[in-house]
Design a binder for this molecule. Sequence first.
Ligand SMILES: *Cc1c(COP(=O)(O)O)cnc(C)c1O
Length: 370
Amino acid sequence: MTIGNLREAQIDLYAIRENVASLKASAEVENFMAVVKANGYGHGAVESARAALEGGANWLGVVDGIEAIQLRKAGIQAPILTWLHSPSDDFAIQAEFNVDVGVSSIDELERAAIAKVGFVQIKVDTGLSRNGVAEQDWDLVFARAAELRSAGGPEIRAIFSHLANAGVEADSEQLIAFERAVATASAQGIEPEYLHLASTAATIGFPAARLNMVRVGLGCFGLSPFAGVGSAELGLIPAMTLRSQIVSVRKVVAGTGVSYGHRYRTSSETQLALVPLGYADGIPRCASNRASVWIDGKRFKVSGTIAMDQFVIDIGQHPVAAGDEVVMFGDPKTGYPSADDWAEASDSINYEIVARLGSRVSRTFTESRS
Ligand SMILES: *Cc1c(COP(=O)(O)O)cnc(C)c1O
């Protein structure tokens, strides 16, 4: 008995290694943290992390202890940083697995010390207004961190922050604020090994923010953080190809209503092909009637509403049969629609297209060049 693979995200590990190597080389930065949160932006956290390390990353970044411990349990020993914690998180687990805890408040710092965390990295808010220690608390937090350290508490391995990518001027202001934070820490005798601020966009586009470490997520997966700029223009290779199969083809007459709400109606006698991917798999419903897919070298538009498990395409008289391959998106160099195309068709960003892929989509790992 065989069970067909109806939903497959093929992940090119060669692409991830190459993307990391080329981003690291062009940024000329010593330390490269590959961000593999959210299941490696949908690409598989463990496999993506390994490929990134092989490509030259020397740090891994994830949001929390659950994601970090998944990497440790898979045998990954590279240094790991986490930065988003619930008030009830027990940092003892991160201490046990030798994970650096990014702290955003005096409370998190105290809890890290109580849990005997070896290394903390202090996150400061420089203008994104999410987490990170607020500027009015910098003195207090750095003073307490220095005090805990001298009493044998956590070592302060880094100061870091995150940019709002709100334009050159806003980013520059954040860099200036970051330098103020570093000076405030220095006045308390804190001279951390790492200073980091840049994610993919700044790593490519704002050299002054590279400092001595960058934290790159999207770029590792070969996608561009800039609207209107494709992967190829940045020398990146999209690592994910989302594939499926036509499950059936049927002939219908002109005027046939298609899918929920009949938001598509055939204009002539035609054929409808059914694709077994839907919004439960992360295909954005708002791309109904807008996005295109690839079949045998041609593009076909989604016809009607994308449902939970499936959608329809009007294939006209093209010779498409059940079992034929459908590519949702991949590397546009090969003629496939891109994650950027799907983002545009759903008023979103490529980050969301890959990261939201559901658990029914199997991940398979390949090497485009071996
Ligand atoms: C997600 C994240 C990154 C990576 O951002 P990209 O734009 O994907 O490179 C870096 N730093 C922090 C704090 C993040 O949350």
